[in-house]
Write a protein that binds this ligand. Structure first.
Ligand code: DP6
Length: 319
């Protein structure tokens, strides 16, 4: 086979990956745990052949040079493993508005790893695909599975994510509050590097992360929604506290981000099973029990931004 197509989903971390232990191998400094999102995905068709150079087309248009560079480096790794000099041609499209700030290196590199390895007949299983995707983007290691997925820490290049529970174990719905349609001002990669180099809170974050992930995993496995909610929100705010103290400081929140944070906390205080999390941008993802849909939608729709609904899921597929 020299052409293959894969679809991988966006994942959102309940315990955040923030910081690297080894930048060359893209090994995370902390364990993390995420949930796959059913309706947000990237599909990539990868073809290897005697082309003059690697190329990347996103939603029908040639990619920006920075995006192409990252894919060329990823394909260099694939070529090394497959023992080939063939160049790759990628056509990808995403099932979410790219301009909405939901674009994800996780779904993109997971799809590229799956389709690229298949196109080059590498014969990889899920663990090898996850470790390969991690080299493209740390969070991508988790998008090789659907449902709830965890990745630990290691000094070895075979570090891969594992599935800790299917979506059916704890079926949660998701509301995504798109708080800004601007491209991120600072990439997660740059901001996490700066945290490691300049934030006085980084060491405490790295030290506390293993225990935090265990707490989140245990709450998930016990289907203890209240504990999962409190621990996930705290982990998210701790990550942002680290970046607030970067030099120069990084503030991913917008005014609307904070409005959603307060709204969700008030909802939960009033008995509505919902909690928030925020990645390296102003958008907020709200996880909630399906019965709480009306209460969550009613409260969030008063705040502004664009609301999208989905659920935890997101099994990747290879064609
Ligand atoms: C805040 O996976 O984008 O979304 O490995 O440098 O590509 P690189 O970083 P990336 O970082 C994701 C950071 C996060 C938290 C998370 O997804 O766990």
């Amino acid at each position: 086979m020299s052409v293959a197509t894969a679809r991988a989903h966006v994942n959102i971390a309940l315990a955040k990956y923030w910081g690297k232990r080894n930048a060359a191998l893209n090994l995370p400094a902390v364990p993390s745990l995420s949930a796959g999102i059913e309706d947000l995905w990237t599909e990539a068709e990868v073809e290897f052949g005697p082309f003059a150079q690697d190329s990347l087309e996103i939603d029908g248009a040639p990619a920006e040079p920075g995006e192409l560079d990252r894919v060329v480096r990823f394909f260099d790794l694939l070529r090394e493993r497959a023992g080939t000099a063939l160049r790759g041609r990628v056509r990808s499209h995403s099932h979410f508005p790219r301009a909405a700030g939901l674009a994800s290196s996780a779904s993109a590199f997971a799809a590229l790893a799956m389709a690229g390895a298949a196109a080059l007949d590498l014969g990889y299983g899920s663990a090898q695909l996850s470790a390969l995707a991690r080299r493209g983007s740390g969070s991508a290691a988790r998008s090789v599975y659907g449902g709830y997925v965890e990745i630990g820490v290691s000094d070895e290049d075979d570090l891969a994510a594992v599935r800790v529970a299917t979506a059916a174990h704890l079926p949660l719905d998701v509301a995504i509050v798109v708080a800004s349609d601007q491209k991120k001002s600072v990439s997660s990669r740059r901001a996490m590097t700066s945290s490691a180099q300049t934030s006085p809170y980084y060491a405490a974050w790295v030290e506390g992360a293993p225990k935090a992930v265990v707490g989140i995993r245990e709450a998930l496995l016990a289907r203890d929604f209240a504990a999962l909610a409190e621990r996930s929100e705290r982990n998210c705010l701790a990550m942002h506290a680290v970046t607030f103290a970067n030099d120069p400081p990084v503030v991913f929140f917008s005014g609307l981000t904070l409005q959603v944070v307060h709204c969700v906390r008030e909802l939960r205080a009033g008995g509505v099973p919902a909690f928030f999390t925020i990645d390296a941008g102003p958008n907020v993802v709200v996880f909630f029990e399906p019965d709480a849909r009306d209460a969550v939608a009613g409260a969030l729709s008063k705040l502004g931004g664009t609301l999208r609904f989905s659920k935890v899921g997101g099994e990747p597929t290879l064609q």
